[in-house]
Design a protein around this ligand. Structure first.
Ligand SMILES: [Ca+2]
Ligand SMILES: [Ca+2]
Length: 425
């Protein structure tokens, strides 16, 4: 589906489609995103300005230290180049995409999605003789694994990661490939909230405190999300997965403990791998959203997305300190919403599309299809981490299950949050 010129405005300011090369073309859109607070220049507030300047400074410092730098492909045209590249659809594919949208319009609205109950209560008939009570082993089998309150079970299994060529809004870094996950895990049904973060960390960094304690925490870097996972593990009596150094003021830096070859091996709380996140977001579905195919673009109302997600079309709010998205096709008073306010997917997960973008474990690489097909995870250290699921500030296409975003791992943003997972035996 072709996007109109006017709809591209926010793409250049928010987290953009990835480049073909691993680090090329990343930094300029990112710098724009941070310096501009990822919103319209006429926004009535710039909550990210201070943190953003610091983040950009750190990026510059890393470049001086010899880390991978941007491609010198002409910065003037970089944002435009990325956007052009990101469309990634040949005319034939556009036609196919439009056909697909027409088919969608004829379909019934989305199924009601309620999580399956984990245990089944059998009613006993009045007066019926009870032959035998199930023994403890049977009970354990029926009830499944112990789940942490607020988490849902995500089964192991195989799925096709990425998006088909005809999916409207897709980008070139979403090449479809078959993935098998051998480790089941539990995942927070909702994004980590401001209230939860405040309770464990003792501060609330969010740009939208007026949204309330049940709104997603944002302004948390990838490293800070790992630090939070460690705190959560300590609280729950589980092993901590990460070594973290630094402080809140100086900036925390975390890495996987050397005892674990990959994050799935740690029995404590952590971020999902990129493959785990998409497997969970799809919950067996193959459409662009867990609720159905894409039916719109930009900030337009998408009949399937509005059922499950907050994005620039419906992120209007009434609280103080909201964000002006009117110049980008959204409401003049926009922001995140309390978590869990839309329909869950088939596995009971809320807001996998929209509300806040979510950090995942993997460092970004555009060719993720070259990773091993079983339990894939990019363990090659980098400085650009993957983001998934779109957010309140983003267009329809960012909220697709296959969409891949990215940002420097130490960036904090008013539309980036996270949720935790834990491998289950
Ligand atoms: Ca993308
Ligand atoms: Ca989300």
């Amino acid at each position: 589906m072709q996007r109109k010129k006017g709809e591209d405005a926010m793409d250049k300011r928010t987290l953009n489609h990835p480049p073909r090369t691993r680090f090329g073309l990343v930094l300029l859109p990112l710098a724009i995103a941070i310096a501009g607070g990822c919103g319209h220049p006429d926004s009535n507030r710039t909550p990210d300005a201070d943190a953003g300047d610091a983040a950009v400074d750190r990026l510059d410092a890393r470049e001086d230290a010899g880390e991978p730098a941007r491609e010198d492909a002409g910065e003037e045209g970089t944002a435009e180049a990325v956007e052009e590249e990101s469309r990634g659809e040949e005319p034939a594919e556009e036609a196919a995409a439009e056909e697909q949208v027409e088919e969608v319009a004829e379909q019934e609205a989305v199924n009601e999605v309620e999580p399956e109950p984990l245990d089944v209560v059998e009613e006993k008939e009045e007066g019926a003789e009870i032959v035998a009570e199930p023994d403890a082993a049977d009970m354990a089998e029926e009830e499944g694994p112990f789940l942490t309150p607020g988490f849902v079970l995500v089964p192991a299994g195989s799925f096709t990661m990425g998006s088909p060529a005809g999916e409207p809004g897709r980008a070139p870094d979403e090449t479809q490939h078959f993935v098998t996950l051998t480790v089941r895990f539990e995942m927070m049904a909702r994004e980590v909230t401001q209230g939860e973060f405040q309770a464990r960390v003792g501060r609330n960094p969010s740009s939208f405190p007026s949204c309330g304690a049940s709104c997603p925490v944002e302004q948390v870097s990838w490293h800070e999300a790992l630090d939070y996972a460690n705190l959560f593990s300590a609280f729950a009596g589980k092993a901590q997965c990460f070594d973290c150094t630094g402080s809140t003021t100086a900036g925390v830096s975390c890495s996987l403990k050397t005892a674990y070859a990959r994050p799935q091996d740690c029995p404590g709380f952590r971020l999902p791998t990129e493959a785990e996140w998409e497997h969970a977001a799809r919950a067996t579905t193959t459409t662009a959203f867990s609720s159905g195919p894409v039916t719109a673009s930009g900030c337009s109302p998408d009949a399937n997305l509005v059922l499950i997600g907050w994005y620039c079309n419906n992120c209007g709010v009434g609280y103080a300190g909201c964000y002006d998205l009117s110049g980008a096709g959204g409401s003049a008073c926009s922001g995140p919403h309390p978590v869990g306010g839309k329909q869950a997917n088939l596995w009971g997960l809320f807001d996998m599309s929209g509300n806040v973008f979510e950090w995942v474990w993997d460092w970004y690489r555009s060719d993720y299809e070259l990773l091993p097909g079983t339990d894939p995870v990019n363990m090659v250290p980098g400085s650009i981490s993957c983001l998934r699921g779109g957010g309140w500030i983003g267009h329809v296409h960012y909220c697709r299950s296959a969409d891949r975003g990215y940002a420097a791992s130490d960036v904090r943003s008013n539309h980036i949050g996270f949720r935790l997972v834990r491998s289950l035996p």
